[in-house]
Structure formats: C-alpha cells, structure tokens
Write a protein that binds this ligand. Sequence first.
Ligand SMILES: Cc1ncc(COP(=O)(O)O)c(C=O)c1O
Length: 313
Amino acid sequence: MLIDSIPEQIADLPLWERHQVALSIIRLDQTHPHISGNKWFKLQPALRDAKRKPGRPLLSFGGPYSNHLHALAYAGYQQGIPTLGVIRGEPVFPLNPTLQDAERWGMRLHFVTREAYARRSDPEWIECLRAELGDFQMVPEGGSSPAAVQACADIWSYLSPQASLPDYLACALGTGATAAGLITACPATTQVLVVPALKVSAETAGQMLSSHWTTSAYPSVSRYQVFSGDLPYARISPMLAALWYQLSTCYGIDLDPVYTLRVYYRLSQLLLQGGFAPGSRVALLHTGGLQGLRGCRAQIEQRAPAFSGPLPL
Ligand SMILES: Cc1ncc(COP(=O)(O)O)c(C=O)c1O
C-alpha cells in the first residue's frame, strides 16, 4: 500500500447539511493508482500464495470492464507473477481501455462465451481450461476467497483515527466478500450498510453476504443492514448519469458509476426517508473502480442532459 492511512473526504452537499447529517467518503481507492480500493486487500492472499508457490500463473475471471482483472494484471506485472484473465463474452476490437491495460501489463486474455463463463465454478470446466491453457492457480471471480474476506476485515485498521469512526459505514456489494469482511470486524459503535450493485432483493443480497461466513462465525445482525438492489448492474440511467456528473463537477466527488454511485444514491434515499438521525455521521467506503470510467464517460455525458428531475444533492 502506498499510504499509511486512508484519507477521508468531507462531502459538503446541501441535502445532507439540511438534514444535519455528516457525510464523508473514505477514499480507499487512493491506496494505489492501479490496485485500488478493496482490490488491494482482496488480492493480497492470492499474491502471497503465488509468491510462496511460484511457477504457475494466477488465473481469474471477470467481465470486459472488470476492476478485479485490471488490478490483478497490474499486481502480477509489478510482482513478476504471470496472470491469465478469463473474460466473459466475445472480444470486441479495439479492446476497451481496461483490457488494453491488462494486456499491456502482460495478462494473457482468454475470451469465453457467456454460457461457458457461467460454468466458472464447475470443476469439470476448470479442468478443460487447464487442458487448454496449462496449469494455473485459480483466484475466484472478484478475488472473493475466504482469505480475501479476512483481508477485508483489516480495512478497519487503516481508518484513522479510530476514535472518530462513523456511526454508519456504507459499502457496495458485488460478490459480498468486502462487506462480509468489514462486518466481521465492525466496531460496536458502527453499523455497516450494504448496498448491492446489482438488481436483487434484500433477502438474496443477505444470502450472498452470509455465504462468506461459516455458521460458527455469524456476526450479530445488529452490526449491519442489507438493502435491496433496485438498479440493474452496470446500467447507467439518465438519472445516475446526471447524479454522477453533478457530484463530480459541482462537488468534486468522483465515484464509480457501477458500485459507489449506487451506494450514494441509496444513502440519499435513506436520508430523505428519515433513516439517519440529525447529528449522525455516515461514511461511504470508496472501493475504487475509477479506471472503469474511461469506458463509460462518453455514455454519462450523453445521458446526463436527458434527466431534468431533482437530484438528491
Ligand atoms: C469498485 C468496486 N467496489 C465494490 C465491489 C464489490 O466488492 P465485492 O465483490 O467484494 O462485494 C467491486 C467488485 O469487484 C468493485 O470493483
């Protein structure tokens, strides 16, 4: 990690000031320019293993804009570990900036159909991959192994000063590994708010989260709240585009449209519904993903003007 403690950005937004609730952004994305946000923590166990048992490349899975594969490619490049990325869907040329970076950093890209990608946890299919690509050490999609969950618990130790931890720490859910780790080590004075980046019920999101815990180590339900995901994964509606644009250009808050922007939107809805008492402190964990903006900035700029309704700012 390039920094000793994670910077906190105060969000001076009129809506939050009116409700007398303090919002800040915990800039975990600033841990490293390329191994950014939760990726820094989630990848450490796989990188340590690869160094202990060198010789086989690290193979992992992701979509064509995957923050995880982008970070893995850079980490491999930096540490001399060969990497292989299994990409969902047919290749589109020229490659998008995420995949161009990955390739430049030496990641071997292997594109598979969506149907094949759906079999990424099937041991039989993994054996076929081995036969085709040679032996490898597998890193689950999103880097979400049990060891990665433990590594994410360590995020708390970088939030300083500990004495001024927020009342609520909000985190995006993709696979749920980051939130699961945070919850297991959550201090008694803070509650973790978990916001899915995909369209799922709160019940399904809760199951995704708890799949990372062993039954003997279930954290108390008072330590967290899981919400439903109401917006389809990675789709940037005109409202989200306008919200992203205003946050960035008027308030200097740069979120990624796939994960943390959705967390902000959910928090603002909670605020408007009276979910936070005046005087409370809410922090949004910025888990990175800003590299992905390069692939969707044009879309944001095109869609934002189509939204003319009020924005929660
Ligand atoms: C920027 C960003 N934030 C949050 C997440 C969600 O993390 P998790 O899969 O651990 O739930 C991801 C997932 O890869 C991500 O790229």
